[in-house]
Design a protein around this ligand. Structure first.
Ligand SMILES: [Zn+2]
Length: 261
């Protein structure tokens, strides 16, 4: 059982001054609406177009490889730009909400979250407070991060939320176990892989992060399941995993070397 997930963050319309990149991360993780539209239209012209579905439409799948679109953090542009562009292609996405950021300037409101849900998108948890190193949190804190966010989102939607993604990519088996214990049935992490696995009764899926520097050709190749960009991202991820343990400047140097190849 394999699945390909494209991992986006905010999608920004530069003309829209109301949403000035609340996390200040525009250079790395935010895409312009025009660029995002080009990527979606490019995928729509390929054989992958019919594979773009949501996890709710494809909880069980066989040899077919579904393509999932995911948006982390719950920023306003994901609502105002990304959802419309997906819908223009006939698709729906997965929106991962950090529940303590709801209603803050630049982030989605409760009514916008409800609206996305009613339009057929999947609303999911991206923790309560977006901790920077989830894998180092005590068990009780992990349960609180998942539990309180699920409770808030379920209350907003009036239906049980059972899908989530890991904040900042610090995944470990224990993080997966805590998600399962909190009632999460599908957990996306940030490992660039199409392989899936189970931890307890929670399905674990990787994601290919799309950043500002990712080209349209790379995005299309990932969606089509072609190997080389997956290798490139996996190589980056491998180094990132090591670097997050050794930390700091060495990681940046390694990353720069790899990206320049
Ligand atoms: Zn995040």
């Amino acid at each position: 059982m394999r699945a390909i997930t494209l991992g986006y963050h905010d999608i920004i319309d530069p003309k829209d001054q109301a949403f000035p990149d609340p996390r200040g991360a525009s250079s790395t993780y935010s895409l312009s609406r025009a660029e995002f539209r080009r990527q979606m239209q490019a995928i729509a012209r390929t054989s992958a177009a019919n594979s773009v579905v949501t996890i709710q439409q494809a909880r069980q799948w066989g040899t077919q490889v579904p393509v999932f679109m995911s948006f982390d953090d719950g920023q306003a542009g994901a609502y105002s730009c990304a959802a419309e562009e997906l819908e223009a292609c006939g698709w729906r996405g997965h929106f991962f909400i950090t529940s303590s950021w709801i209603d803050r300037p630049g982030f989605m409101s409760r009514s916008q979250i409800r609206d996305l849900h009613e339009r057929g998108h999947v609303i999911a948890s991206h923790t309560l407070s977006h901790p920077s190193r989830m894998s180092e949190l005590p068990w009780d804190s992990l349960l609180r991060e998942w539990g309180e966010s699920l409770e808030t989102l379920s209350e907003i939607l009036g239906t049980k939320v059972e899908v989530a993604s890991v904040a900042d990519g610090y995944y470990s088996r224990r993080v997966g176990q805590s998600a399962a214990a909190a009632g999460i049935r599908v957990l996306f992490n940030s490992e660039p892989t199409s392989a899936t696995t189970f931890v307890d009764d929670c399905l674990i899926l990787g994601r290919y992060a799309v950043q500002a520097q990712t080209t349209e050709a790379e995005v299309v190749a990932i969606a089509k399941g072609e190997a080389w960009p997956r290798w490139k991202q996996s190589a980056l991820w491998g180094i990132k995993g090591v670097a997050k343990r050794i930390g700091g400047q060495q990681y940046l140097n390694l990353r720069r070397r790899l990206l320049s190849k």
